[in-house]
Design a protein. Structure first.
Length: 392
């Protein structure tokens, strides 16, 4: 992620606790489907307020299994947001269903529940809600809407692990929810993900499908329970998480509060440092939200255009400040344009927001000096662009 830059956009927070867990697991001789997976699942389930947790190889395959477990397939429509990481829409295509994009709320950057209701048809089989940048705004309304229409809410919680909203943990709003543990997320297993749900049937289906369609994991090592290792009840996948990854996850979840607190401190420093800048829109967090900050994304005010933002981005990178344009709209990705014929202007709020975003370096070890350097560089670049705009 650092691209050799001085101040990287993100950086995992790994201590000797993680290293010890991994080394002990390597020494244990049990490298797949063992006690670390179970412990990791239990810790994540507890944190998400869920009955069941199923560890998987990454967030994307977790979402894939969630859709399959809910029986979503060809002919079905799934409503989701175009302002997200591409995986939240791609998984709809994996199962042969049709993505139906709905525009976002310009303040929260999440699906607008009112717009979602207008997009529901008799073919709508699920809604995938995403906590963009970790912000859970509108999740309760989406869940209520899904209840009214008897459609399952799939919570793509890949950007929000550890946060909460109106007293409910992120991951508890959907019928099924998925976390991701790629190195740029709040906590990481290198690659990894976790499905959480209160529905035992969905959890069992996901367990079986992650493990080649085998009967739900026997308590005994599978090779000791005759028949079950070479018995395949349904179409499955190898979406398992190794014990090595799970051991890393166990250590990271144990340190979750410390990590989230440190991320919170960095976010607060950015906010107080940038609050006075007239050309910048800071992220808004509702009073009833405890943020688990995934990334720190600011927006330029509406007089700036995509070219201005891109020049600011290049300027930051030239000064070795890691920055990115989270997220280019999914419907305007070349694959989605050519497959579905989407065009500029189809989802105007998403497009207007996406043209002006800047993700700034964000991780637990960012020093005050570095935060200052990022903000100073940003100020210079923004002023320079503003000058070219004002001169027409
Ligand atoms: C990170 C992320 C995913 C996918 O996670 P991977 O572990 O990289 O597969 C899915 N959806 C969203 C919104 C994400 O940010």
């Amino acid at each position: 992620m650092s691209n050799g830059q001085d101040i990287p956009l993100s950086r995992p927070d790994i201590t000797s606790l993680e290293i010890d867990h991994v080394v002990q697991t390597l020494r244990s001789g049990r490298l797949s489907m063992g006690p670390m997976q179970e412990q990791f699942e239990n810790l994540v389930a507890a944190r998400a307020g869920a009955e069941y947790a199923v560890a998987v190889s990454n967030g994307t395959c977790g979402l894939h299994l969630a859709l399959l477990a809910l029986g979503i397939g060809p002919g079905d429509e799934v409503i989701t947001t175009p302002f997200s990481f591409i995986a939240s829409a791609n998984v709809i295509l994996y199962v042969g269903a049709s993505p139906v994009f709905v525009d976002i709320n310009p303040r929260t950057l999440n699906l607008d529940p009112g717009q979602v209701e207008l997009a529901i048809t008799p073919r709508t089989r699920a809604i995938i809600g995403v906590e963009a940048f970790g912000n859970p705004a509108h999740m309760p309304e989406l869940a209520a809407l899904c209840n009214r229409y008897e459609i399952p809410l799939i919570e793509d919680a890949c950007e929000g692990f550890g946060g909460s909203h109106r007293g409910r943990p992120i991951g508890s709003f959907g019928r099924i929810a998925v976390f991701a543990f790629y190195p740029n997320k709040q906590i990481t297993t290198g690659e990894g993900g976790m499905i959480v749900t209160d529905d035992e049937r969905l959890a069992d289906l996901c367990r079986s499908m992650r493990n080649q369609g085998r009967p739900v994991d026997p308590i005994e090592p599978a090779w000791q329970s005759p028949g079950s290792w070479l018995m395949h009840e349904r179409l499955g996948f190898n979406y398992r998480l190794s014990e090595i990854h799970a051991a890393l996850g166990v250590a990271q979840v144990k340190r979750l509060n410390e990590i989230l607190e440190n991320r919170n401190i960095v976010a607060s420093k950015y906010i107080s440092r940038l609050m006075g800048m007239p050309d910048i829109i800071l992220p808004t967090v509702d009073a009833d939200t405890t943020m688990s900050w995934f990334v720190f994304v600011i927006r330029l005010s509406s007089e700036f255009h995509a070219e201005n933002r891109d020049r600011i981005l290049s300027g930051l990178r030239r000064h070795e400040v890691g920055a990115s344009n989270y997220f280019p709209p999914i419907h305007l990705q070349p694959f989605y344009r050519s497959r579905f014929g989407f065009n500029d202007g189809d989802f105007p709020i998403t497009e207007s927001v996406a043209q002006r975003t800047l993700a700034l370096p964000f991780h637990t070890r960012l020093s005050d000096r570095e935060i200052d350097l990022v903000c100073q560089t940003l100020e210079v670049m923004v002023q320079r662009e503003k000058f070219t705009i004002d001169r027409g």
